[in-house]
Design a protein. Structure first.
Length: 151
């Protein structure tokens, strides 16, 4: 993919890129950023990578919205998640969205991959389009109003 720009649109279909790889690629271009992740499920591997990015100063704040069904799958990870993420919400969602906001860019990733290891072909669309970012950001705010806040 090409470097981010104010009117960036990029996409891929691949089995070798993990969501945290994409997040790292974005953060290396944006610098420290506020992040929102919406995913059906999350893994220890993703949480560990986010923890590393925080230690590197690449993440100023991170909010995660998980599906209610993820509670059962991630209960053993929740303490680690609570120490890594600033806010955790549970809602009825199957969306896979990553929003990254910094002084340089506002980046939106919409795709098929959860915040888990994907060993299948996954498709992601990456854009800095401000209209798409605003629409999704507003929809996420609405979703958070009806979600259960974990901490």
């Amino acid at each position: 993919m090409k470097p981010l720009s104010p009117e960036y649109i990029g996409a891929y279909l691949d089995s070798g890129i993990q969501l945290y790889n994409l997040l790292e690629w974005i953060l290396n271009q944006t610098g420290s950023a506020e992040i929102t992740v919406i995913t059906f499920s999350i893994s220890e591997e993703f949480i560990r990578k986010v923890h590393q990015f925080r230690k590197m100063g690449l993440i100023a704040k991170i909010t995660v919205l998980l599906d209610f069904k993820a509670i059962q799958k991630t209960e053993n990870l929740i303490r680690f998640a609570e120490n890594t993420f600033d806010e955790i919400y549970y809602a009825k969602t199957h969306a896979k969205i990553l929003l990254v906001q910094s002084n340089k860019f506002r980046v939106c990733v919409i795709g098929s991959q959860n915040a888990t290891r994907g060993n299948r072909e996954e498709c992601e669309l990456v854009t800095t389009d401000p209209v798409i970012y605003e629409n999704l950001s507003n929809s996420i705010q609405r979703l958070k109003q009806n979600a259960v806040h974990r901490g």
